[in-house]
Design a binder for this molecule. Structure first.
Ligand SMILES: Cc1ncc(COP(=O)(O)O)c(C=O)c1O
Length: 511
């Protein structure tokens, strides 16, 4: 390439000889021709500016390197001189080059490694401590076979649902905003359903529709806690709530559970007085324990005395396979200090993203807040009307009845298969309810490793130890039976057995 001369950007003087000019600059700038200055296109001067800037940031033009004069470069690139001049002016204005008596040179300050790496490969992002914690706790995506909590999707009454969707599409006015708390038709249908099936005491005005239970928890945390407030949570417990708590900056107090459910030591009420208490009394997640009547009463009375609110997560109590359903704690006394949360994720399907909360009437009076904004609009009105229709027509109750029978068979098949594994090493959860079984390890073993091995086979139980806050007390596998047929269960048992057998040598040191 011809040796080009340099011209300072501001003073017009004769171009000095240009020995320092990087000989590769013009070919690099010409890798593809600059497009013409047509309407809507990026102006040529700006394209040139971007290319030189890229070379600087990429260290192909190093600090101190001298640029060709505007005249030389304009000849080399067959551009008007003013075009090059404007590009240099822009680079100079942004500090990428400086004008010196020698000509324009690449600035020392800007072309450091950090900046170049940042601009070329994208900025160096960093998660907050909270973000890191949430990311570390995130469950692996893409649930496979035996993933807990997934209902039988193939048994979903799609034709009935489609009919309800169609009928809702005739009613819905697409530009009309729904009520902030949700569509009144759905709230009414839910209030009848939960009064009848769960013993919940409420009128439709107490109900708020949310996009899943997680949003309901977030709403509770947003409206009822300040940073640092104590929130009790069952230990082990559902990780979905933990995530919501991290984002709310509250102080999470893990409270042990036993065979009667949440078991707070008496002193804890005073030492760590809660603002909120999260509990799953009718079917503790994950252990399945049912909270005894005595515990419920103590919890309700203590909560009233201490000004705490109980959040009752009633996520899958429809599925009880022996005896009558256990009623909700909310309906156990008039004006119970309870926010009841129900979800359609297990009874219908998780992608529906519809849950609901029942607020105590006294709290409702304070709820004159822009719920719509807090709930990000809530679930679509079309879906709400569809669901209202589906419940009113009796399809929801019929579906639950059918699923209860189906899940009972699947649960039996899974228990029988698991009981065939070495009984001296494992025990099964005994509660006849829900959509998963726990295979407890009788010794302290690495359940996370077993899950990792099973994942390769498309089987995704949850490791019990991961549901503890802090050190795990028990180890085992949560195996879902909702979305797996009896035949599939018998085919999977040998894989589970093999994964457990490989665990033999991986025994963890005693705690
Ligand atoms: C304990 C518990 N509560 C509630 C839910 C439902 O959550 P969502 O309504 O956000 O799907 C789940 C789902 O996995 C759960 O495990």
């Amino acid at each position: 390439m011809a040796v080009l001369s340099i011209e300072p950007l501001q003073q017009k003087e004769k171009d000095p000889p240009d020995a320092d000019m990087p000989s590769h600059l013009a070919p690099l700038l010409l890798i593809s021709p600059l497009s013409a200055d047509t309407a809507g296109a990026t102006p040529r001067y700006y394209q040139l500016y971007q290319r030189i800037k890229f070379l600087i940031l990429n260290n192909q033009l190093q600090p101190g390197a001298k640029l060709p004069s505007t005249r030389a470069l304009s000849c080399e690139l067959a551009l008007a001189r003013n075009t090059v001049l404007r590009a240099y002016e822009q680079l100079q204005a942004e500090g990428f080059i400086i004008a010196t008596p020698r000509g324009s040179v690449v600035s020392e300050v800007l072309a450091g490694d950090e900046l170049s790496a940042g601009e070329i490969t994208g900025p160096r992002y960093r998660l907050s401590l909270r973000g890191k914690q949430i990311a570390a706790e995130a469950a692996p995506s893409a649930p496979g076979k035996c993933h807990p909590g997934i209902p039988c999707l193939s048994a979903f009454p799609t034709t009935r649902w489609r009919r309800a969707l169609l009928s809702a599409s005739r009613q819905v006015q697409y530009c009309q905003e729904s009520s902030p708390a949700g569509d009144i038709a759905l709230r009414t249908a839910i209030s009848h359903h939960v009064a009848f099936t769960r013993g919940v005491k409420c009128h439709p005005g107490q109900i708020v529709i949310t996009e899943g239970s997680r949003q309901a928890f977030q709403l509770c945390l947003t409206l009822l806690t300040d940073a640092g407030d104590r929130v009790w949570m069952e230990n082990p417990g559902w990780s979905g709530v933990k995530t919501a708590m991290h984002t709310a900056n509250v102080k999470l107090i893990p409270v042990d559970v036993d065979e009667q459910g949440l078991a707070p030591p008496a002193a804890l009420w005073q030492q760590e007085t809660p603002r909120l208490i999260y509990t799953t009394p009718t079917h503790q997640y994950p252990t399945g324990a049912v909270m005894s009547m005595q515990r419920r009463q103590t919890l309700l009375h203590q909560a009233i005395q201490r000004g705490a609110i109980i959040i009752e997560d009633d996520y899958d109590s429809e599925f009880r396979y022996h005896g009558a359903p256990v009623p909700a704690m909310q309906g156990q006394m008039q004006n119970a200090p309870v926010i009841y949360i129900g979800s359609f994720s297990k009874t219908l399907f998780p992608e529906l993203r519809v849950a609901f909360m029942v607020f105590p009437t006294a709290l409702l009076a304070l709820l004159n807040v822009p719920l719509q904004r807090l709930l990000n609009g809530g679930p679509s009105r079309h879906i709400q009307l569809t669901l209202a229709d589906f419940i009113r027509a009796g399809h929801f109750a019929t579906h639950i009845g059918k699923m209860r029978k189906l899940y009972r068979q699947r649960r039996q098949a899974l228990s029988a298969g698991l009981l065939g594994l070495c009984p001296r090493q494992y025990a099964l959860s005994s509660q006849p309810c829900g959509m998963h079984i726990i295979l407890y390890f009788l010794q302290r073993r690495d359940d996370v490793d077993v899950v990792r091995r099973l994942r390769h086979r498309g089987i995704t139980p949850i490791a019990l130890s991961t549901l503890y806050h802090g050190a795990a007390r028990r180890y085992g596998l949560l195996l879902g039976f909702g979305n797996i047929s009896v035949d599939e269960i018998s085919r999977l048992i040998p894989h589970i057995q093999r994964a457990l057998n490989t665990m033999e040598g991986d025994q963890l040191p005693a705690p």
